[in-house]
Design a protein around this ligand. Structure first.
Ligand code: NAD
Length: 301
């Protein structure tokens, strides 16, 4: 075990004016990082803007002896946030994509605005900030990126079709950027946090909200972003002092002769076996995922 320090590192945390992002920013600063505290300062539904939120967190960091700068841009203008890091600190080593909003409605009642705004902040915003920092990270041969997913994306949740789509989309982005970044020492992971913030007020049973302190999410994020950590392409659920890793599991499946063809009734007759998780596999990449399919072709050749 070694000390986890960020003295020569510049960290951008988006949506760091409150909640979980604020906790990340404070912990990175405590571990020596120069932090860009980004926050648009709007409502949970993505309305309005207020630069005070980010400024307040910067004051907190400075009061504790740390280094930080506030940035009030929206994540959809990600290039401005990265430019702010470059102008003030000269580099970007870590991007924690944390900014988020909610526009919860049952799918029947969801409007195009609800769909678009959630997509814009979570997916387009994370893309814009990360894309603006990517080439810097490649050039310096170091980068750490976190995307903030959600159990609502992994497992689904009533009233969160837009949010679930965006949050699982970020895991897809994580998987591919981990592959593309590996050779340049750019490691990319996703977290699905649970924390007592303004976003989750009233959602948890009495007593749980206070226990789900946002700062209980941050040690995992800070570790994943350290030089010592070689983890990439992974997804972690984290909150309330607990954390665990998530992976895909797929049934071993069934195979028909591709030359002879088969009917929907054949699928019906074998459906239980198709869905059986006995001897399930855990493909790590596309090649592993295609293994059983390729074996089936070979078996009947
Ligand atoms: P929060 O509302 O306290 O924090 C989100 C922050 O993002 C706010 O400060 C907000 O001003 C900022 N923000 C919103 N839109 C922005 C934009 N366009 N540009 C810049 N900043 C913007 O909520 P939180 O619970 O701390 O959420 C943090 C992240 O964690 C979000 O991505 C959220 O979806 C995710 N998440 C939270 C939970 C939970 O249990 N709290 C669960 C799953 C996922």
């Amino acid at each position: 075990m070694s000390d986890i320090r960020f003295e020569d590192k510049v960290v951008i945390v988006t949506g760091a004016g409150g909640g979980i992002g604020r906790a990340h920013a404070l912990l990175f600063a405590k571990h020596g990082a120069k932090v860009v505290v980004n926050d648009l300062g709007g409502s949970t539904q993505g309305e309005g803007a207020n630069s005070e939120a980010a400024l307040k967190v910067v004051e907190e960091i400075k009061a504790a002896g740390g280094t930080a700068i506030a940035n009030p841009d929206s994540v959809v203008d990600g290039d401005k946030i990265v430019q702010c890091a470059m102008d003030n600190f000269g580099r970007v080593d870590v991007v924690v994509n944390n900014a988020g909003i909610l526009r919860d409605k049952s799918f029947a009642k969801m409007t195009d605005t609800d769909w678009d705004l959630v997509y814009k902040v979570h997916v387009e915003g994370a893309y814009k900030v990360t894309h603006a920092a990517w080439n810097q990270m490649k050039e310096q041969n170091f980068g750490r990126i976190i995307f903030t997913s959600s159990t609502s994306g992994i497992y689904g949740n009533f009233g969160q079709a837009n949010y679930g789509m965006a949050k699982l989309g970020l895991y897809g982005l994580t998987r591919t950027l981990a592959i593309e970044g590996r050779k340049n020492n750019i490691f990319v992971n996703a977290i699905a946090p649970t924390g007592g913030t303004r976003m989750t007020e009233g959602l948890f049973p009495p007593g749980a909200f206070e226990k789900l302190k946002p700062e209980l999410v941050s040690p995992l994020v800070v570790y994943l972003c350290s030089e010592h950590c070689q983890e990439t392409g992974s997804l972690f659920e984290v909150g309330g002092g607990w954390m665990g890793k998530v992976r895909w599991e797929r049934s071993l499946g069934i195979g028909f002769n591709p030359d002879e063809g088969f009917t929907p009734e054949d699928v019906q007759a074998n459906f239980e076996q198709l869905c059986s998780f006995e001897n399930a596999v855990h493909p790590k990449d596309n090649i592993e995922a295609l293994k059983e399919l390729m074996q089936n072709i070979q078996k009947f050749s």
